[in-house]
Ligand binder design. Structure first.
Ligand SMILES: NC(=O)c1ccc[n+]([C@@H]2O[C@H](COP(=O)([O-])OP(=O)(O)OC[C@H]3O[C@@H](n4cnc5c(N)ncnc54)[C@H](O)[C@@H]3O)[C@@H](O)[C@H]2O)c1
Length: 291
């Protein structure tokens, strides 16, 4: 039974998943290395809950109870629970090392789930004590809103853990879909082309970012590809493309775009840094960024 959830990484995804878990009655520990990021995640979660109260979606008591269920910490020794969901940087060695450290503070029944967008779950599980308790739990951005969660079953993952996590996702009000451990799982593999094809057009100067977004939004997509990449984070999006490119034997279909690489090198990561394909600090925030 899952009572206490440890979320690792208080960035875009970790803070959203932590808010979600606390709101749905789970004791939630949010662990982050960087104290500044930890405190801004706490502020963001308070603000989100206040906004839900103002809109009449939850009561003030529910908001207070959610906060009371949360612990914000930079001390890994405080991370003891039934389920770990890691949402740290998209690097397999960092994820493996974190799970190994956490295994030392937790019992053998603690489940280790990765929110990775593209990395192999079985590779992450390789050196973790008890690899049969390692799986993927892939939330979408914003985690509080998006319904889908890919529950990723690696060959070594125990079947009862997958069933337990499907039930856990339902308790969070999500729609879990069990999928196998393959590069990019389902959504990120399919969606890669939603980003890469517009980037190829932009590379050739055949469209501006704003034109492409306006066009696809008018065609019925909820968010154009460049706005969506800015929301996801260009570093995260680039890492996912690179990882799929390598996993596919450098298939041309998944070749990362130099535009993405330049954005990352320039620190233009999207909304989280105030600038990406659009400039969110400029007057009339959200105007197309100067190239
Ligand atoms: N951004 C998205 O839209 C999205 C969607 C689905 C999945 N993901 C995946 O979720 C994970 C996190 O992505 P994000 O966008 O939230 O990244 P982010 O950069 O916003 O946040 C990552 C956080 O992890 C912290 N961190 C790094 N190493 C740590 C460690 N060892 N222990 C604790 N904290 C650590 C960083 O300080 C940072 O605050 C990645 O694996 C990414 O692929 C991202």
């Amino acid at each position: 039974m899952i009572r206490t959830v440890i979320i690792c990484g208080a960035g875009t995804m970790g803070s959203g998943i932590a808010e979600l878990c606390a709101r749905h009655g789970f004791h939630t520990i949010l662990y982050e290395l960087d104290p500044e990021r930890l405190s801004s995640a706490a502020t963001r979660i308070h603000q989100n809950l206040d906004a839900l109260v103002s809109k009449g979606k939850i009561s003030a008591n529910e908001a207070a109870a959610s906060i009371a269920r949360m612990v914000f910490t930079a001390d890994i020794r405080a991370c003891k629970g039934d389920l770990v969901i890691e949402a740290i940087i998209e690097k397999p060695e960092a994820k493996r090392s974190l799970f190994n450290q956490l295994a030392a503070y937790n019992g053998t029944e603690t489940i280790f789930a990765s929110n990775t967008s593209s990395l192999s779950i079985s590779r992450i599980a390789e050196s973790v004590p008890g690899p049969e308790r390692v799986c993927g739990l892939h939330f979408f951005n914003p985690a509080q809103v998006m319904k889908l969660v890919e529950v990723v079953r690696a060959p070594q993952t125990r079947a009862d853990i997958i069933s337990l996590l499907v039930e856990f996702c339902r308790q969070l009000g999500k729609e879990p879909v069990v999928c196998n451990d393959s590069p990019g799982f389902i959504v990120n593999r399919v969606a890669r082309h939603y980003y890469l094809e517009p980037l190829r057009l932009a590379e050739k100067g055949l469209c501006t970012y704003a034109q492409m977004d306006a066009l696809l939004e008018a065609a019925g997509f909820r968010m154009g590809p460049f706005r969506l990449m800015d929301l996801i984070g260009n570093d995260v999006n680039y890492a996912v493309t690179e990882s799929l490119y390598e996993a596919s034997g450098q298939s041309i279909r998944f070749r990362p775009s130099p535009i993405q690489r330049d954005k990352v090198n320039q620190g233009e990561l999207g909304r989280k840094t105030g600038k990406g394909y659009y400039d969110y600090k400029a007057e009339g925030s959200g105007s197309e960024a100067k190239k």
